[in-house]
Write a protein that binds this ligand. Structure first.
Ligand SMILES: NC(=O)c1ccc[n+]([C@@H]2O[C@H](COP(=O)([O-])OP(=O)(O)OC[C@H]3O[C@@H](n4cnc5c(N)ncnc54)[C@H](OP(=O)(O)O)[C@@H]3O)[C@@H](O)[C@H]2O)c1
Length: 238
C-alpha cells in the first residue's frame, strides 16, 4: 500500500519511475508542468496496473505551486512512502554566455527543490519509521561539468550524509547517478543525442537505469550508479 510521489513524471526517467513503481503495486502522485502528459500516463497506469494515480500539475520553480507539492508530501492523512526528486533540465555548458537567471532557475530546480521536498517528507517518514527518498543526480556529479555537475555534486553529497543520518531510523536516501540516458533531456537543452561527443555504446535506456536504481534503493544504498560501464568510469574519474 505504498504511495510514491515523483517529480518530473511527464517524461523520461520520471515517467519510467512511474511505470516501474506502478508495476510493483505502488499508488502514485505524478508531478510536472505538463498536465496533459501526466493525465495520459495516469490513465495508462491505472488501466494497466490497477493502482491509484493522482496528477498534481505544478511548476516547481513557482513558490505557490511548489508549496502545494510540499503540503501534499507532508500530509499525514495520505502518507508518501517514496519520494523521487527527479525533475530537471539542462543548459548549454558555456556558463559565461548563459543567462544568469536561467542559471539560477537551474540551481533552484536541481538543489533548492529537492532540498525543500526532502525537508517536507522527512518528519512524517521518520515518525512512521520508514521511507525512501530517491534523488536523481548524475555521473556529472563526480566530474566537473559546469553548474550542472556542481548541482548534482551537491545532491550526491547531501544524499550520502542524509542516508547515514536517517537510514538507521528507517528512512533511506539514495542519489541515483545515471550516465547519458535516452530521454528528452538533451534535446530540451538544445543538444540532440549524438552531439555530446559520446559514443553510441555510452547511451543508456531509461528502463535499465530505473530498474537498477530501484534495486539499489531497496538495498538502502546512498549512491546508485546504474550500469557497469559508468561504475567503471566513475572509479577512473575518482
Ligand atoms: N537523460 C540523461 O542523460 C540524464 C543523465 C543523468 C541525470 N539525468 C537527470 O534525470 C532527471 C530527469 O531528466 P530526464 O533525462 O528524464 O529529462 P526529461 O525527459 O527532459 O524530463 C525532465 C522532467 O522534468 C520536468 N520538469 C522540468 N522543469 C520542471 C519544473 N519547473 N517543474 C516541474 N517539473 C519540471 C519535466 O516536466 P514538464 O516539462 O512537464 O514540467 C520532465 O518531466 C534530471 O534531474 C536530469 O538532470 C538525466
Amino acid at each position: 500500500m505504498t504511495t510514491a510521489l515523483i517529480t518530473g513524471a511527464s517524461s523520461g526517467l520520471g515517467a519510467e519511475y512511474a511505470r516501474q513503481l506502478a508495476a510493483r503495486g505502488a499508488d502514485l502522485v505524478l508531478v510536472a508542468r505538463d498536465r496533459d502528459a501526466l493525465e495520459d500516463l495516469a490513465t495508462t497506469l491505472r488501466a494497466r496496473y490497477r493502482v491509484e494515480v493522482a496528477v498534481l500539475a505544478a511548476d516547481l520553480l513557482k513558490p505557490r505551486h511548489r508549496a502545494r507539492v510540499e503540503r501534499r508530501i507532508a500530509d499525514p492523512d495520505q502518507p508518501i512512502e517514496v519520494l523521487v526528486n527527479n525533475a530537471g533540465f539542462g543548459l548549454p555548458l558555456a556558463f559565461e554566455r548563459n543567462d544568469i537567471d536561467d542559471e539560477v532557475r537551474h540551481l533552484d530546480l536541481h538543489v533548492e527543490v529537492p532540498m525543500r521536498l526532502t525537508h517536507a517528507a522527512l518528519p512524517g517518514m521518520l515518525a512512521r519509521g520508514h521511507g525512501r527518498i530517491v534523488n536523481v543526480a548524475s555521473v556529472a556529479g563526480f566530474m566537473p561539468r559546469s553548474t550542472y555537475g556542481a548541482c548534482k555534486g551537491w545532491l550526491i553529497s547531501f544524499s550520502r550524509w542524509a542516508n547515514g543520518r536517517y537510514g538507521p531510523k528507517g528512512v533511506t536516501v539514495t542519489a541515483v547517478c545515471p550516465g547519458f540516458t535516452h530521454t528528452n533531456f538533451h534535446e530540451r537543452a538544445g543538444l540532440p543525442p549524438g552531439q555530446e561527443g559520446v559514443a553510441d555504446w555510452m547511451w543508456l535506456d531509461a528502463s535499465d537505469v530505473v530498474r537498477e536504481s530501484l534495486h539499489d534503493v531497496a538495498r538502502g544504498r546512498a549512491v546508485s550508479i546504474p550500469s557497469g560501464k559508468y561504475k567503471l568510469l566513475v572509479a577512473f574519474a575518482r
